[in-house]
Design a binder for this molecule. Structure first.
Ligand code: AMP
Ligand code: MG
Length: 334
């Protein structure tokens, strides 16, 4: 795997090449004004699964989708008056809005981790904007670093961290902000999900009301990966997890009476996450299969063993949460 990532110049030829790689399902790191992002086509589940594999992420957190402009954002999420006011004031810029997902948006469920909401941002960096606009792309992009390491602010950081694991990096010089985007939840009461590049006070001023904060002890999502230096990591950012309604039994070799079986590899079932036993394919299919189990009203579900390596760790993490006794989470989309 020598020669990867290819370093692309931030010129027309480099951006064309990057867009081609992304459209083909590749992984391309690109500069934003916060940090370098590791981008994949958000409509391509296999490409999004590859982000998790490249970063070695042990769990599926939903990813932020980067788009060129307001119109592209509106195609993905439902923007109310609050969302439009914040977008008018802070986009392009380091503000991420969590919006009700439009079902017709075409975003892979792996991007939203099965949730009924989508996190969207219009980055300000000219190279990111040119890539998104020129390619007509919606890019799922977490920070371009291995899980647990510091977020990268130069192309050299990206190469050091992800050599051999991604296709290309666009060298756009150092990122200016260096801290991640502020995340505001707007799929209910306006809530500060992660502090970041834009101060909560400025956001509250536009909204004309203070932002709610997640309850202490709420499950952590945003920022959980690096515990970003210099920022308090607790209280956690509110992130409900999608889990199917039915009871889930793991490590099953065959279905018991009344169970709907989810297979993997040679252990088949009513569904099979990957008949060939490919963990990336299984990751890409995971949330769609869970939603189909709900749609068919499955009350008892069993899942074949998934190898606990690579992407299998993140799949098993999510399945264990689905199988655990339920907390009184609100149902996503409910
Ligand atoms: P990062 O990995 O730095 O890009 O962080 C992305 C973070 O955005 C995740 O960890 C989530 O906490 C947050 N996020 C993304 N999508 C959603 C969503 N649909 N609902 C709530 N939080 C989200
Ligand atoms: Mg990160």
């Amino acid at each position: 795997m020598t020669g990867r990532p290819v370093v692309l110049a931030a010129d027309a030829a480099g951006l064309d090449r990057a867009a081609d790689l992304l459209r083909a399902g590749g992984l391309v790191a690109f500069p934003t004004e916060t940090v370098y992002g590791l981008g994949a086509d958000a409509t391509n589940g296999a490409a999004v699964a590859a982000i998790y594999a490249a970063k070695g992420r042990p769990s599926f957190n939903p990813l932020i989708v980067h788009v060129a402009d307001l119109a592209a954002a509106e195609r993905l999420g439902v923007m109310d008056a609050r969302a439009r006011a914040l977008a008018a004031r802070f986009w392009p810029g380091p503000l991420t809005l969590v919006l009700p997902l439009r079902p017709e948006a075409g975003i892979s469920p792996l991007v939203t981790a099965g949730l009924g909401s989508v996190a969207v941002r219009v980055p300000a960096h000219p190279v990111a904007r040119a890539l998104l606009a020129g390619g007509g792309l919606a890019l799922a992009a977490p920070s371009a670093n291995p899980s647990g390491r510091i977020s990268p602010t130069t192309a050299a950081h990206v190469r050091e961290g992800l050599a051999g694991r991604i296709d290309a990096v666009i060298d756009g010089g150092p990122s200016a902000v260096g801290v991640e985007s502020t995340i505001v939840g707007l799929d209910g009461a306006a809530m500060l999900l992660r502090p970041g590049g834009i101060a909560a006070e400025e956001i509250a001023q536009v909204l004309g009301a203070p932002l709610a904060r997640p309850a202490p002890g709420a499950e952590t999502g945003a920022g959980a990966e690096t515990g970003a230096a210099g920022r308090p990591t607790a209280p956690g950012q509110l992130l409900s997890h999608y889990a199917p309604r039915g009871q889930v039994r793991l490590g099953a070799l065959r279905a018991l009476p009344g169970e709907v079986m989810v297979g993997f590899g040679a252990i088949d079932g009513a569904f099979n996450l990957s008949p060939s036993g490919d963990l990336a394919e299984a990751a890409a299919n995971l949330f769609a299969v869970l939603h189909r189990l709900d749609a068919m009203g499955a009350e008892a579900i069993c899942v074949a063993p998934i190898p606990d390596r690579g992407l299998g760790r993140a799949i098993n993490d999510r399945l264990r949460r689905a199988a655990a006794p339920r907390d009184p989470h609100p149902r996503p989309g409910a």
